[in-house]
Design a protein around this ligand. Structure first.
Ligand code: IPM
Ligand code: MN
Length: 323
């Protein structure tokens, strides 16, 4: 039976790269039963709709969601990010943000497991005395034992299927409350995985190692904001953000797959966006759907295309030719 997949092309280059991802999936012989959702900045500017409860209910019944990118000029910051992407992550409880990177020298792959529902992203905070000279803005970081522990446990389990090496990245020397919860939880769970070698890096140091010595990493686990920043850097040092895929996973429900990159309105509509990150996200989606063989063929073909240049369609053609 065909897998039921919701498609959110979104804004800018999103629909262009997702269209190529769909072509590659079809060429790999996997049949998807797709439902298109017109959502994103453009839709919001048209009729004010960002995301509805009805759509979220529908999504719960899907096998996966495949998303391009959202965000359009003219939409105030946060409307689409918080109202669509983060709402999707929070309401569908996509608590693992899984971002793999090929090391710059091509020697190995390392993975960042980013906690995806808490931290500074939770939206805690507010204004006091807004629009006065005494204005105060606070933005808290929410860290629950439950949320931290499930991300850490996922990372340990993943580490056991790989090189048995896991690094916690945080800023425990300054964020002494959140950092303490993360570190204690990490150490407690580590005791259950004696076969996994563990390490800890402060996030600023991790930035240096990402550039100078990524060989030291296999699996990394970190909080939402550190993970956001670190994975852009990961993309930049491992062939460019045009190559970096994401899985937003709810291990007990529907999951969502998207490239790390954004909607890039500056190059939208020109047919020049690199579709490889979307294609690799498609491969991650297929693996999640149990289509392991097609997923692996696409991943290998897309990685072999990484050094090439071409239009959006040419890049996808090149991947398809290698399938
Ligand atoms: C990402 C993006 C999002 C994030 C934005 C668009 C809200 O940068 O997926 O990394 O910060 O999580
Ligand atoms: Mn980001």
């Amino acid at each position: 039976m065909a897998h039921k997949v919701g498609i959110v092309g979104g804004d800018g280059i999103g629909p262009e790269v997702i269209a190529q991802g769909m072509r590659v999936i079809a060429a790999a012989g996997v049949e998807l039963d797709t439902i298109d959702y017109d959502l994103g900045g453009a839709r919001y500017l048209k009729d004010g709709v960002v995301l509805t409860d009805e759509i979220l209910d529908e999504w719960r019944g899907l096998d996966a969601i495949y998303l391009g990118a959202v965000g359009a000029p003219g939409v105030p910051p946060g409307v689409i990010e918080r109202g669509l992407l983060l709402r999707m992550r929070f309401v569908l409880d996509l608590y693992i943000n899984y971002r793999p990177f090929v090391a710059p020298d091509g020697s190995h792959e390392f993975v960042v497991i980013r906690e995806n529902t808490e931290g500074t992203y939770a939206g805690e905070g507010g204004f006091l005395r807004k629009d006065t000279p005494q204005e105060i803005a606070t933005q808290g970081s929410v860290n629950t034992r439950h949320g931290v522990e499930r991300a850490i446990r996922y990372a340990f389990e993943l580490a056991t299927t790989r090189r048995n090496h896991l690094t916690l990245v945080h800023k425990t020397n300054v964020l002494t409350f959140a950092g303490d919860l993360w570190e204690r939880t990490f150490n407690e769970v580590a005791a259950e995985y004696p076969q996994v070698e563990t390490a800890y890096n402060h996030v600023d140091a991790a930035c240096i190692y990402f550039v100078q010595d990524p060989q030291r990493y296999d699996v990394i686990v970190t909080d939402n904001l550190f993970g956001d920043i670190l994975t852009d850097l990961g993309g930049a040092v491992s062939g460019g953000i045009g190559l970096a895929p994401t899985a937003n996973l709810n291990p007990h429900g529907v999951s969502m797959f998207e490239p790390v990159h954004g909607s890039a309105p500056d190059i939208a509509g020109q047919g020049i966006a690199n579709p490889l990150a979307a294609i690799l996200s498609g491969a991650m989606m297929l693996r999640h759907l149990g289509e392991t063989e097609a997923a692996e063929r696409i991943r290998v073909a897309a990685e072999a295309t990484a050094s090439e240049t071409g239009t959006t369609v040419e890049m996808a053609d090149s991947v398809i030719a290698k399938l």
